[in-house]
Design a protein around this ligand. Structure first.
Ligand SMILES: [Zn+2]
Ligand SMILES: [Zn+2]
Length: 100
């Protein structure tokens, strides 16, 4: 098994925030939106490229898990929240889940 680490900076396509990649970044720390580029975290092998909306936040122990839903293909993926994520957004999504 190959562990893939991709260090790359990217500009959030949702809010325009410049995200400094640390190899594990898969969503914007400001608006929490992600992009559908991975099959496995970090592999960047998915060609969908759809924007992934944070629709729900679950608390697991001391960690927050953000559930992202692709606006293009509809796939849902849980992602761990990072320490640098905008906590206001996490609270907002968790108190007002968009799941229907
Ligand atoms: Zn953003
Ligand atoms: Zn997708």
């Amino acid at each position: 098994m190959v562990f893939i680490k991709n260090v790359e900076d990217f500009t959030c396509e949702k809010c325009g925030h410049k995200v400094e990649g640390n190899g594990y970044t898969n969503h914007c720390p400001e608006c929490l939106w992600s992009k559908h580029v991975d099959n496995e975290p970090g592999d960047r092998s998915n060609t969908c490229g759809g924007m992934m909306e944070p629709i729900e936040v679950a608390k697991k122990g001391s960690e927050y898990i953000i559930l992202h839903k692709c606006t293009k293909c509809g796939v849902e993926k849980p992602n761990k929240a990072n320490k640098q994520d905008n906590f206001q957004m996490i609270v907002q999504v968790s108190s007002n889940p968009k799941r229907k």
